[in-house]
Design a protein around this ligand. Structure first.
Ligand SMILES: [Zn+2]
Length: 263
């Protein structure tokens, strides 16, 4: 468990976003740094690992540390580049309150740079996880062994440390939220909130070594897959989906009034 931050600190960070300098004396260095970030929603930036070609895989912590963490991941497949706009929009906007949110907009930076589903070694990262791994070839090439890829190991380390309550994995283009999953009631609410169909995703018949399968098997939290279409409208990615997600998760945008400890 992560110890909850005192309300006063949370308030300081949120106020600092609006009044730079005000919290510099009160907040510890790491948090004070966030006050001067060009991205006021970001309270922590972390390089969780590197791709095969050495590109950093970045995670951004948004909102208020101390609550049950939620992790959102996109661009696991490099030829599905649109949903990262949702996560970037959450990262680059106003401060977020009421949630401890981590976003990993670009899980597969080599694939994104090359416009390929798979990583630079031709491995489908969503078949490389060490739960129910199978030796697959072609489109779903699963790698020489479980967790053979540095991108896979980076996300495994990250999720083991953060131990999120929920993991939302964004893909394209199958259009729907997988409701045949660990927390199907939440998945149905999520589908309604995002105006996406409720569906059952069967991984093209080869659900081996997936990230959601690995997480759902080994952790108390629930991971699920969200698929948008081929070309979701930009406004839907940068404005509608972020708003819909925050509302569903009980979060809010803008500088929040947080009760400090009395006395
Ligand atoms: Zn995908």
């Amino acid at each position: 468990m992560r110890p909850a931050l005192p309300g006063r600190l949370v308030a300081a960070v949120l106020v600092a976003a609006a009044v730079p300098g005000a919290a510099a004396a009160a907040a510890p260095t790491a948090l004070a740094t966030a006050a001067y970030d060009e991205r006021p929603a970001v309270v922590e930036t972390r390089t969780i690992g590197r791709s095969v070609r050495g590109r950093p895989i970045m995670a951004y912590r948004l909102g208020e540390p101390g609550g049950r963490p939620v992790v959102m991941i996109s661009t696991m497949h490099g030829d599905e580049p649109h949903t990262r706009l949702i996560l970037q929009s959450l990262r680059d906007g106003d401060p977020i309150g009421g949630i401890d949110l981590w976003v990993v907009p670009t899980y597969n930076p080599d694939g994104l740079a090359r416009g390929t589903r798979r990583n630079a070694r031709g491995v489908d990262l969503n078949r490389n996880f060490p739960y129910d791994w199978a030796d697959l070839d072609g489109r779903y090439e699963s790698g020489p062994r479980p967790a053979s890829e540095p991108e896979t190991r980076a996300v495994m380390r990250f999720l083991r440390e953060v131990r999120p309550h929920r993991v939302l994995s964004f893909h394209q283009p199958l259009l729907g939220v997988d409701t045949d999953t660990k927390d199907s009631a939440f998945a149905r609410r999520l589908a309604r909130a995002l105006r996406l169909p409720q569906t059952t995703l069967d991984c093209g018949g080869v659900c081996h070594g997936t990230m959601t399968g690995w997480f759902n098997h080994g952790f108390g939290g629930a991971a699920l897959t969200i698929e948008y279409g081929h070309r979701p409208p930009r406004h839907r990615m940068v404005a509608e989906a972020p708003r819909q997600l925050l509302r569903l998760l009980g979060a809010r945008r803008g500088v929040a009034v947080v009760e400090g400890p009395s006395g």
